[in-house]
Design a protein around this ligand. Structure first.
Ligand SMILES: C[S@@+](CC[C@H](N)C(=O)[O-])C[C@H]1O[C@@H](n2cnc3c(N)ncnc32)[C@H](O)[C@@H]1O
Ligand SMILES: *[C@@H]1O[C@H](CO)[C@@H](O)[C@H](O)[C@H]1NC(C)=O
Ligand SMILES: *[C@@H]1O[C@H](CO)[C@@H](O)[C@H](O)[C@H]1NC(C)=O
Ligand SMILES: *[C@@H]1O[C@H](CO)[C@@H](O)[C@H](O)[C@H]1NC(C)=O
Length: 386
């Protein structure tokens, strides 16, 4: 008897006994519900043939070890699926379980990407395309000092270094584990001409971060040459697929303008805003608030185009350009996740694939409902306000 099955038996026994106890017993029928609940819970965790019937459709069980290999083969269109499935249970010594020996992770990108119509695009290329879209034509030069806010796992910093060789990129992220991954990547990738410094800090507290981190503008050992502003200011602030998380984005914009060189400094972002006004009251409002807090987006950040532009102007930005590219984002990413789930979903921990399933359905819905704009924003800093 497996340990999980033992837990299951104990759970059912415990619940059954509890229903017989005189103090908890109000009506015999009502007291049966914990037993049923316990039984169902037990079925979900137990390791029995009956339980796995229930677990499989719920995605709570690991797949047949050779199934992952088969999914990968089928995705290349080389086999008849049904014939191969019947071979799964035949005795094997090697099977297809060595798929993992052949897999390679060559990056840790995770933005929504900018997708071609033809759908054969690789994830990393879509992520790079978004970075190029945001960072092109904003005058990044060899003496630029970029502040990259929400750098993910650092892939975009390496990529910008390769594309433009700016003197310095200073990055901040709120997630220590991503900072760790990015440091590793930066350590083992040479970026001649660009010094990359990464920190854990909150975009909502830019002034505090700079105050407490003098090394950001300190003399660099790699690039002794001064950066364009030669002072305690950045030439560019970049934020890719991240600003909607900041608490609040309006404050971030305000502070970003203060750390950018007046008149010449540029901000460029990939961001999300409302395409339709949000419900202001009632059940609709509740749903709206629940959805955005579930994905850690402060509800106040979900603004319409007009209010968004106003935030940029209030912060001190001029020459504001906003392009809506959601048609190249939501459905492209959804199609990619569906494809990848079909091929490698078996490698994802049982149960976790539901979050990707949810993400896909959400993206498909966003694509149909035209409810959000995915925007590429570029603006120039105005003169120093008091
Ligand atoms: C969708 S990811 C994009 C990551 C990266 N730009 C990329 O393309 O791979 C959003 C990122 O924003 C970061 N983030 C969220 N809130 C933040 C905050 N308040 N300050 C700094 N970074 C934040 C998250 O840690 C996450 O890495
Ligand atoms: C999750 O994975 C399991 C096992 O691989 C699969 O049976 C199930 O359909 C998947 N669920 C989703 C929502 O993709
Ligand atoms: C996934 O994409 C590849 C390459 O574009 C394609 O050949 C394959 O048929 C797709 N597989 C699935 C399961 O959609
Ligand atoms: C940062 O933004 C907040 C809100 O707009 C503002 O009150 C604060 O003074 C700003 N700090 C700096 C140093 O610009």
């Amino acid at each position: 008897m497996s340990s999980r099955f033992a837990v299951f038996v104990a759970l059912v026994a415990g619940l059954t006994l509890s229903t017989l106890h005189p103090f908890t017993q109000s009506s015999r029928l009502g007291s049966l519900s914990p037993v049923c609940l316990g039984f169902l819970l037990g079925l979900l965790v137990a390791e029995t043939p009956i339980a796995s019937r229930l677990q499989e459709p719920l995605g709570l069980t690991s797949r047949h070890p050779d199934r992952v290999g088969l999914d990968i083969l089928h995705s290349q269109g080389s086999l008849e699926g049904e014939t191969a499935k019947s071979e799964l249970d035949q005795r094997v010594t090697y099977g297809l379980q060595h798929a993992f020996l052949n897999l390679e992770v060559t990056g840790w990108w995770f933005n929504m990407g900018l997708w071609d119509k033809d759908r054969s695009m690789r994830f990393q290329d879509a992520c790079k395309a978004l970075v190029e879209k945001v960072t092109s034509q904003i005058g990044i030069q060899h003496d630029s000092h970029i502040l990259d806010v929400g750098f993910g796992c650092g892939d975009q910093d390496i990529y910008m270094a390769q594309l433009y060789q700016p003197a310095r990129i200073t990055g901040i992220t709120i997630e220590p584990i991503q900072h760790h991954a990015a440091q590793e990547l930066v350590k083992r990738t040479r970026t001649p001409g660009t010094e990359i410094q990464l920190y854990v800090a909150d975009a909502s507290n830019l002034p505090e971060f700079l105050e407490s981190t003098p090394s950001v503008f300190g003399t660099s050992k790699v690039t002794a040459a001064a950066t364009a502003t030669g002072s305690r200011q950045f030439t560019h602030v970049i934020s890719i697929d991240s600003a909607y998380h900041y608490n609040t984005r309006a404050q971030f914009l305000h502070n970003a303008s203060r750390v950018l060189a007046p008149n010449t400094g540029r901000i460029a972002m990939a961001d999300m805003i409302l395409a339709k006004p949000a419900p202001t009251s009632g059940f609709g409002r509740k749903i709206f608030e629940t959805i955005f807090s579930a994905v850690e987006v402060p509800v106040v950040n979900m603004k319409t185009m007009e209010a968004y532009k106003q935030d940029l102007m209030d912060a001190g930005f001029v020459d504001i350009e906003i392009e809506c590219v959601e048609d190249q984002v939501f459905s492209g990413l959804a199609a990619y996740i569906e494809n990848q789930t079909g091929r490698l979903g078996g490698l994802v921990k049982p149960g976790v694939n539901w979050s990707y399933w949810g993400l896909c359905k959400g993206l498909r819905w966003l694509d149909r409902s035209k409810w959000l704009h995915f925007v590429i924003v570029k603006a120039r800093n105005g003169p120093r306000l008091s």
